[in-house]
Design a protein around this ligand. Structure first.
Ligand code: TRP
Length: 438
């Protein structure tokens, strides 16, 4: 549940639906599944093998498996990148919190002109986004402070089923709206003419992002997993839940967007600009129902972001407690303060600091670009290379079969190993270089 919580997040709600529609509907979903199975899942397994074999989080893991090797310095990068991501992810999580408050206050029922300009007004304001960022990061830190079992697992165990139930309700409601069939058509019509190199690259990038790879969250979570747990089964389970949620939110979001007759967009604009407009349109005839659905929707966004943020936050805490000897409480406070400060700069980069730019990126986009285009792919490359080339083949086999107690046909293992050793590093290397040259 915790692993699915890490995977299921904003990427499922704001990126996947758009990519499906843009890149050929069912054709894209098929390519996405292939990309998951042949590229992202091997990287997922690589992180899992390193984490569980070593029983340590990112930095310590490399040192334990190959003592004194220089790999651990590279691993420091994967301690830094989840910290970087959680800082700006928390700003977006804060926006979701703010929009939840707005739905309680019936703000989407205001005159349409106000709703259209709402996101610009909200995000460029100094205080409200900062307060919301503080609340979101505080909730994240609060869950992590309770520990892995009593905090993260307990929260995920009840929140994940609730999340699925909520998205199911929203999806059914959304598909029952007049005009929603156009959204369904946008999503399901297989259009192979839209399939090209970019489609494949987007499918790979999305599956990588959606499974939370490359920053050691999966690695850290697996360092807590029992030696009896079958990694292959839990990996496939996580990927399946993640895909199911992405498909359900696609119907939920696009059904409503098309029913309201607006152009589907991507990124924050989809959730914070298009969707409020949907509630505004619906609210003309059914103000009460539309407010209830709005509350459900932003609660879904908030909880899905929270379970992802928790996994990012835990990596830093694991490093500070395991390697720096801090208590969990102090580690949480330390990371909270540091991530709050960086997040605050990201938040202000939509308002007073908007003219501060490096290249043409503001602070928020700079953090996002650095993390998504460089650190994540570099990290994924590093993990899979380590398992494929540095670890012993027999150790990898041993880990995937739980010390030989679980069945794994040798030919299947050889295939997975081949993917880890050659295919995944090659493909992710290409993604990294294409990211570098834009
Ligand atoms: N998978 C998350 C989502 O779909 C986002 C994400 C990317 C993430 N990389 C991560 C979450 C690393 C946790 C850890 O929104």
């Amino acid at each position: 549940m915790a692993m699915s919580g890490s995977a299921i997040g904003l990427g499922n709600i704001w990126r996947f639906p758009y990519l499906v529609g843009e890149y050929g509907g069912a054709a894209f979903v098929l390519i996405y599944i292939m990309a998951c199975l042949f590229i992202s899942l091997p990287i997922f397994l690589a992180e899992a093998v390193i984490g569980r074999r070593s029983g340590s989080s990112n930095f310590g893991a490399f040192n334990k498996l190959v003592p004194g090797s220089r790999w651990r310095w590279l691993a420091l990068l994967t301690v830094f990148s989840p910290f970087l991501i959680v800082s700006y992810y928390s700003v977006v999580g804060g926006w979701a919190t703010g929009y939840l408050f707005k739905s309680f206050a019936f703000e989407f029922s205001k005159p349409t002109t106000e709703v259209i300009g709402m996101f610009g007004t909200f995000s460029s304001n100094v205080w409200m986004p900062l307060i919301c960022h503080t609340i979101f990061l505080g909730l994240t830190a609060g869950i992590v402070a309770h520990g892995v079992k009593k905090g993260i697992e307990k929260f995920s165990n009840w929140s994940m089923p609730v999340l699925f139930l909520m998205i199911l309700i929203i999806m059914i409601y959304s598909l029952s709206l007049p005009g929603a069939e156009k959204g369904v058509e946008y999503l399901v019509k297989p259009d192979f003419s839209k399939v090209n190199g970019r489609t494949v690259a987007s499918a790979m990038g999305q599956s990588f992002y959606s499974l939370s790879l490359g920053v050691g969250t999966i690695l850290t979570y697996y360092s807590y997993v029992s030696k009896k747990e079958n990694i292959l089964v839990s990996g496939l389970g996580t990927a399946a839940f993640d895909l199911l949620f992405a498909i359900m939110s696609s119907f939920a979001v696009m059904g409503a967007v098309f029913a309201a007759g607006i152009e589907p967009g991507t990124g924050p604009g989809l959730i914070f600009e298009s969707i409020p407009f949907v509630f505004n349109t619906m609210g003309q005839q059914m103000p009460v129902i539309s407010s209830i659905v709005a509350i459900l929707f932003f609660l879904t966004v908030l909880i899905s972001a929270l379970t992802s943020a928790v996994s990012l936050f835990e990596v830093g805490v694991a490093y500070l407690t395991e390697e720096r000897g801090m208590s969990r409480r102090n580690a949480v406070i330390f990371e909270f303060v540091a991530a709050w400060l960086l997040g605050a700069l990201c938040s202000l980069s939509f308002g007073p600091l908007s003219s501060f730019k490096i290249g043409d990126l503001n602070i928020f986009s700079l953090c996002d670009t650095l993390a998504s285009n460089f650190f994540m792919t570099l990290g994924g490359f590093l993990f899979v290379l380590f398992v494929g080339w540095k670890m012993k083949r027999s150790d990898v086999y041993d880990e995937l079969t739980c010390g030989g107690t679980q069945r794994l046909p040798v030919c299947l293992f050889s295939f997975i190993y081949f993917l880890m050793r050659y295919v995944a590093p090659l493909v992710i290397g290409i993604i990294f270089i294409s990211g570098l040259i834009g």
